[in-house]
Write a protein that binds this ligand. Structure first.
Ligand code: PMP
Length: 406
């Protein structure tokens, strides 16, 4: 059941009042980045207005205040994802940073002939770091295939797993298709052959509250900017034993031994992975974003978004020649589509003229586009502050684009 009033929620987002090309903004690019509620904006203003200082360094009051707020934010994140210990939460600059931190750490662990499995529907940020890791170590990258609906083939996954499998990487939710992957099963099956699992939660975190202990996942990464927080901050969850085992990420050699070896390399968790001045304000604002979303409630958010998804799917499919990619029953509020004979970029440009923001292109997931043999798609991604009226405006816009371009 939906327990919030979307019109009230919309008042929290100042940007939703603006116009684009003389039309009210219809923001449907939430999978790229979400909009920011005034509660989070206020938190940022308050930081720079009242207690801007470097953390963990000074004895003075402002530094202490900033440190306390930053560590409180870490605890909010810990609680949200149900990590066992606060130092299992590492602040990062985002999902990409978290993945690279782990991939880099495995450089000294993997050996020639070890195997890494990634899913066929990964974001480039979850492909390229592993390819680089393979180049460094001689490990081999293998791909878990998917079907036309955009679902992973779990039998094929089972067949790929072996005693050589050391790492498995998969997104919780695909950014290009919206598919919610069966990560519980993916994690369990990997653990049966003693492989380690990293789940990219970038697209799941805005919709689903993941419980890292229940999932028994080894690593889980997210970006704050996709869940009402600012850009340039995210978190890496890692099981304590893994974070202790991995070497520090930054520098990774003699240089750091000279400069900050004592202080950063051999510092306890989480500081071992947090060299340098972090995005202090961003971390605190990330905590405020979680407070904001939890006050609305993830069950309410996901129920409402599903209603929008079903409504939009029905409306869009009524347009002749429109095809949706990613048709799993188990998906978040993302619709990737094309219209026969039209280029996604042209559709996106016309929608922009109408004030409608969608994403067009390969969505940093070229292998998916290759799978469907298309150059890209138009992607509309809905958040809990979108409305059915906006879906109507989108559908009308797509019809107009089709008439103009056909
Ligand atoms: N993985 C997925 C599934 C994503 O959607 C994104 C962002 N589009 C990323 C990783 C990368 O996130 P960031 O750019 O915030 O590091």
């Amino acid at each position: 059941t939906i327990v919030f009033d979307v019109q009230v929620v919309r008042q929290d987002f100042p940007i939703l009042n603006r116009e684009v090309n003389g039309k009210p903004l219809v923001y449907l690019d939430n999978a790229a980045t979400s909009q920011t509620p005034k509660q989070v904006i206020d938190c940022i203003v308050e930081y720079y207005s009242n207690y801007n200082a470097n953390i963990h360094r000074g004895v003075h009051a402002l530094s202490q205040e900033a440190t306390d707020k930053y560590e409180q934010a870490r605890q909010k994140i810990q609680k949200h994802f149900n990590a066992d210990k606060p130092h299992e939460i590492i602040f990062t600059s985002g999902t990409t940073h978290g993945i690279n931190l782990v991939a880099n750490g495995f450089s000294s662990i993997l050996k020639k002939g070890d195997e890494i499995l990634v899913s066929a529907m990964e974001h480039h940020s979850n492909i390229v770091p592993w390819q680089m890791l393979c180049e460094r170590t001689g490990a081999v990258l293998k791909v878990i295939p998917m079907n036309e609906e955009g679902e992973l083939l779990m039998d094929a996954y089972g067949e790929l797993l072996s005693k050589n499998t050391k790492l498995v990487f998969c997104n919780h939710v695909s950014n290009a298709l919206g598919t919610i992957n069966p990560i519980e099963q993916i994690i369990d099956m990997a653990h049966q052959v003693d492989a380690t699992v990293l789940i990219d939660g970038a697209q799941a975190a805005p919709h689903i509250k993941a419980d890292v202990q229940k999932l028994n996942v080894d690593f889980y990464v997210v970006s704050a900017h996709k869940m009402c927080g600012p850009t340039g901050v995210g978190m890496l969850y890692g099981k304590e034993e893994w974070l202790n085992k991995l070497p520090p990420y930054q520098g990774g050699g003699e240089m750091i031994a000279e400069v900050t070896f004592e202080k950063t390399t051999y510092a306890d968790l989480p500081h071992k992975f947090e060299a340098g001045t972090p995005n202090i304000c961003g971390g605190i604002a990330f905590g405020a974003a979680l407070d904001y979303m939890n006050a609305i409630g993830f069950d309410a958010i996901s129920a409402y978004e599903h209603e929008l998804l079903n409504y939009a799917t029905k409306k869009l499919l009524a347009i002749d020649g429109l095809k949706i990619y990613g048709t799993s029953q188990n998906k978040t509020s993302v619709i990737s589509f094309n219209i026969e004979g039209l280029h996604p970029y042209d559709i996106g440009s016309i929608l922009d003229k109408l004030g409608i923001a969608v994403r067009t292109g390969h969505h940093c997931a070229q292998p998916i586009m290759d799978f469907y043999k298309i150059p890209g798609t138009v992607r509309a991604s809905f958040s809990f502050y979108n409305t059915k009226e906006e879906v109507d405006i989108l559908t009308e816009g797509v019809r107009r684009a089709k008439n103009m371009l056909a």
